[in-house]
Design a protein around this ligand. Structure first.
Ligand code: NAD
Length: 362
């Protein structure tokens, strides 16, 4: 029996997690998925309920869970709080407390939504790439850091880019293993021509490649990688990179698809335990209006099945069900285009469920 912790959070979080729970409950009741679900507060709703964004009890439940499904956190009502007590701190605290060092961000463009991209259809149609970002090291965590006054009276800002060889190997192995389940190509992104730290990164990735002879490894400098992502993104299968470069490149890759409401993500630890969440925020502007697109959260469940439960067949079925719903012309407001039928959050969830049921009886 696997334990799933649900963290709906704020804004549209409870609405979209509710739709994902419909899918999980269906799989549990009809497809023998051996799971137990439990819910806990995080973010602004946790601040309101118990005064802090990541209550100890929530963290304890997260430690005990095999997988965590998060909606989103944050909203204008908590923006005046000091930074340490804001909703976003709850999420950052969770990620670092549980050692989720690998952030997986797929950028997959459903052919039915090709119009949503700002790039020409021939450039993005069929896009299916995955960025593996190192999440717990690098310049975001390196010491020394801070702003201080130098002897000559100038203020100086310092951050440190630091990676150990074991940190590089750990994220590298994750990328190679995932590439084996995809198209067996890894592109490692660094700035080895300028930064010694990423010279080590390149060396370690190259060493690792000899243990994965069935996977092709290439290297790109990050400036070129950014350019190639916009010029010809379909050349990539798996990209692996540092925390900082991954932060930037994964947002650029997400925007190639043009639909923020469609993109899931996973953050994994060494044992495959994961935090799964849509890449978008809590969308306070549409919260409570049955307008939010639940597909990124439902697709996060597919990632959970693939990466934590190692059940690719069911993950594929969920993704197929989403594809069928789009084929039928159903759209939430964020992905609506002329000639398509607008549906609400709940109707979209129900439509995915119905498609799953149909797939099961075929
Ligand atoms: P956002 O992603 O919440 O919203 C940006 C725009 O996209 C909005 O117009 C919103 O309506 C739309 N949108 C987002 N998700 C959607 C969905 N599923 N369906 C339809 N439309 C959707 O980003 P923001 O407005 O910059 O941030 C709002 C709050 O969310 C802030 O408090 C921010 O800190 C927080 N945030 C949280 C996370 C997270 O929990 N991981 C991530 C980003 C932002």
């Amino acid at each position: 029996m696997k334990k799933i912790l649900l963290l709906p959070g704020d804004g549209i979080g409870p609405e979209i997690v509710g739709e994902a729970v419909k899918v999980l409950s269906y799989l549990r009741d009809n497809r023998g998925l051996d799971i137990q679900m439990e819910e806990a507060p995080i973010g602004g709703s946790a601040i309101d309920a118990c005064g802090q964004p990541l209550p100890e009890e929530t963290l304890e439940k997260a430690r005990e869970a095999d997988a965590i499904l998060l909606g989103a956190v944050g909203g204008p009502q908590w923006e005046s709080l000091p930074i340490e007590r804001r909703p976003e701190k709850g999420l950052l605290g969770l990620r670092s407390a549980l050692g989720f060092f690998a952030n997986l961000r797929p950028a997959l463009l459903y052919p039915q939504l090709v119009e949503a991209s700002t790039l020409r259809p021939e450039v993005v149609s069929g896009l299916d790439l995955l960025i593996v970002r190192e999440l717990t090291g690098g310049i975001y965590f390196g010491h020394p850091r801070g702003v201080h006054v130098r002897e000559d009276g100038q203020r100086v800002g310092v951050n440190t880019l630091i990676y150990t060889e074991s940190e590089i190997r750990r994220i590298g192995r994750m990328a190679f293993e995932i590439a084996r389940k995809r198209n067996r190509r890894v592109c490692s992104v660094d700035k080895a021509n300028v930064l010694e730290c990423t010279e080590l990164w390149r060396e370690e990735m190259t060493n690792l490649a000899s243990r994965y002879e069935d996977v092709e490894l290439t290297h790109l400098y990050v400036d070129n990688a950014a350019m190639q992502l916009i010029r010809a993104p379909k050349q990539f299968d798996v990209m692996v990179t540092t925390n900082l470069f991954g932060d930037i490149l994964s947002d650029a890759a997400a925007m190639l698809t043009g639909s923020i409401g469609m993109l899931p993500s996973a953050s994994l630890d060494e044992l495959g335990k994961g935090l799964y969440e849509p890449i978008h925020g809590s969308a306070p502007d549409i919260a409570g209006k049955n307008l939010a697109n639940p597909l990124a959260t439902i697709l996060s469940v597919a990632m959970m099945l693939r990466y934590t439960f190692e059940d690719s067949a069911t993950a594929d079925r969920i993704e197929q069900a989403v594809g069928q719903v789009l084929d039928r012309g159903l759209r939430t407001a964020d992905i609506l285009s002329p000639g398509k039928r607008q549906v609400g959050t709940r109707e979209m969830g129900d439509a995915v469920l119905a498609a799953l049921e149909r797939l099961d009886t075929e």
